[in-house]
Write a protein that binds this ligand. Structure first.
Ligand code: BTN
Length: 323
């Protein structure tokens, strides 16, 4: 029995009796009880009252294709959106489709990922209904070498989309985190590229954003994290997905034409660490002390050290505020 189908029949306002749910789904009452147990494993709290039935502890605003299409307006023609209840990782699945020749503009969005991935081999966790998790396949005539500023451009698209929805104080952390003004992570970007040095190239752009964060998930993360709810965004994920895709529809073709350079001032205006003392953690464990000066037209971080300015490429390094 499909737990997601059952959850979609529930809401947070009124109880629905077990027999009514069983009938609506064409299953036995025992199957309904079993599916409700799996709901708990998905992290969804369901209130049960004998004689009255079941009710969600908190409402879930499900991803909805029609709502995203409506939010996209004329940009809808760039995208083909596929929604999944559960998937290993939208990036992994879309990479497979990219290798099979899927067209640019294919978007996979999921309610839940069982193996969500972050940068540098980390995992990415989002709770059901509380995170926006999606990936977009895009194809460029550009070679892989010319895509170095892409993750910054995508971060800017996310920031602009949030600003358009009235969220203020969104900042960017090099190379591709979306953070609050005090540096707590609101979301991240994972870009995976396939192609030749001289082009063309295929790119899977994965974006994860926290709309709400439970204390449990927050406590289990190894870095300071925040949710858009804290910044006053109580809107749903469909509007947000549409807004980010609409920004990307503008920005990706512009990036293909002109690269990151014209976007640089806008990116630096939102840079969480612009001019701030910082530490650069290198893969060999070495820590470099310095100042984050800003970014270069190719997306490299401009980092001032006692020995002079260094240009750092994203790769495996990680930038932290100096303590
Ligand atoms: C990071 O901050 O390290 C990047 C996080 C990227 C997470 C998103 S969620 C949708 C897409 N699918 C994945 O497995 N990862 C990205």
């Amino acid at each position: 029995m499909d737990t997601y189908a059952l959850l979609r029949l529930l809401n947070a306002d009124e109880f629905r009796p077990g027999p009514e749910l069983a009938e609506a789904l064409g299953v036995s009452r025992a199957s309904v009880s079993l599916a409700l147990k799996s709901a708990a494993e998905l992290g969804v709290e369901v209130h049960t009252v004998k004689g009255r039935g079941y009710r969600l502890a908190r409402p879930i605003a499900w991803l909805d294709e029609a709502q995203v299409a409506q939010g996209l307006g004329p940009s809808v023609r760039y995208f083909d959106l596929k929604l999944f209840d559960e998937i290993d990782s939208t990036n992994t699945a879309l990479l497979t489709e990219a290798h099979r020749g899927a067209p640019a503009g294919l978007v996979y969005a999921a309610e839940r990922q069982t193996s969500g991935r972050g940068r540098r081999g980390r995992s990415w966790q989002g709770e059901l209904g509380d995170a926006l998790m999606f990936s977009l396949l895009w194809r460029f005539g550009l070679g892989v070498a010319d895509l170095s500023g892409l993750s910054l451009a995508v971060g800017l698209a996310v920031a602009r989309a949030l600003e358009g929805l009235g969220v203020v104080d969104v900042r960017l952390k090099w190379p591709n985190d979306i953070v609050t003004s005090v540096g707590a992570k609101l979301g991240g970007i994972l870009i995976e590229v396939a192609g030749e040095a001289h082009g063309p190239s295929s790119v899977v752009i994965g974006i994860g954003l926290n709309l709400h964060l439970s204390e449990q998930l927050r406590g289990g993360l190894d870095q300071a994290a925040e949710s858009l709810a804290l910044l006053g965004y109580s809107g749903d994920r469909n509007r947000l997905l549409a807004a980010v895709l609409a920004e990307l529809a503008q920005l990706l073709p512009a990036f293909e034409q002109q690269g990151f350079a014209p976007l640089l001032p806008d990116w630096e205006a939102r840079h969480a660490m612009q001019g701030a003392p910082a530490r650069l953690l290198q893969p060999n464990g070495e820590v470099l002390e310095g100042t984050a000066l800003g970014v270069a037209p190719d997306g490299a971080l401009r980092f001032a050290t006692a020995q002079g300015e260094r240009r750092v490429h994203a790769g495996e390094v990680s930038l932290r505020r100096a303590l």
